[in-house]
Design a protein around this ligand. Structure first.
Ligand code: PGA
Length: 270
């Protein structure tokens, strides 16, 4: 695992955007897996990716995108739907081709069929090159709540009360939000060629500690990332504050930067 600890949320967004932009430059038709939530907001609209598109000509015209999850039952235009979120915060502001954007259909008549078709669409696209992830304070990735099978595929998942409350905007009664969602599975996520998990704030510190330094456990679905060979955990100081090997991760990253700046590009540290 590569652990990058940045000073604050702005620095995390800059670093994440640089990683995405670098991938798009190297591979203009790359396949991205996209999260929603508060954490990636700075990466999308508020700061970097949209700015890079407008000011630096970063083109999404051949990029293919798959959203990570969606509520069951919300109309795509409902402001709390993740389809509306990703349009509002990214797709509406860049030159991505609508035909290349994929979102889970939480209003499908047969939800599992829709999930299976999503898995097939990911396979047909050649798999996800970079899966960006947030993390719940309970250790979920996507909507894979604690107890999710580490081999799970895209499917229906019942949300925990803490997730519903954390996701409800202050203007919304959490009881009005769906209790059920569709999500890529942990196994689906693990098949991405690389994963970039973002976390901000002290509230995420215990989940980050358990993900990086705890045992592999279905109770902490993000810990499954320990099995992946190309994972970057990109966090601010507050989210890193419970990591025991904090100093070692900094040294490892500094050594990597030195090597990258010099001639010798490091062998993958994994
Ligand atoms: P957040 O959600 O970015 O709004 O904290 C992350 C998540 O629940 O995966």
């Amino acid at each position: 695992m590569r652990i990058i600890i940045e000073r604050d949320a702005g620095a995390v967004a800059l670093r994440a955007a640089a990683r995405v932009a670098d991938l798009i430059h190297r591979s203009p038709a790359c396949v991205l897996g996209l999260p929603t939530g508060r954490t990636p907001l700075a990466l999308y609209r508020e700061l970097e990716l949209v700015r890079k598109h407008r000011e630096e000509g970063l083109s999404f015209s051949r990029v293919v995108a798959f959203n990570l999850d969606e509520y069951v039952g919300l109309h795509p235009h409902h402001p709390q739907s993740y389809t509306a979120y990703i349009r509002r915060n990214l797709f509406d502001h860049v030159d991505i081709d609508a035909a290349n954007t994929h979102v889970l259909n939480g209003r499908a008549e047969d939800l599992q069929l829709a999930c299976d078709a999503y898995e097939e669409a990911i396979r047909d696209a050649g798999g996800i090159d970079l899966q960006i992830l947030g993390i719940g304070s309970n250790g979920h990735i996507g909507f894979n709540e604690p107890g999710s099978s580490l081999g799970s595929r895209t499917r229906v998942k019942t949300l925990t009360r803490e997730t519903i409350e954390a996701n409800a905007p202050s203007t919304e009664d959490p009881r009005e939000l769906p209790r059920v969602a569709l999500t890529m599975g942990v196994g689906t996520i693990l098949e991405a060629k690389s994963c970039l998990l973002l976390a901000l704030g002290e509230g995420k510190a215990p989940a980050i500690r358990d993900t990086v330094e705890g045992p592999l456990a279905a109770q902490v679905p993000a810990s499954a990332l320990q099995l992946h060979r190309d994972v970057t955990i990109l966090v601010d100081e507050a989210a890193a504050s419970r990591l025991q090997r904090h100093e070692y991760y900094r040294e490892m990253e500094a050594a990597r930067q030195r090597l990258e700046a010099g001639a010798g590009v490091p062998a993958e540290e994994g």
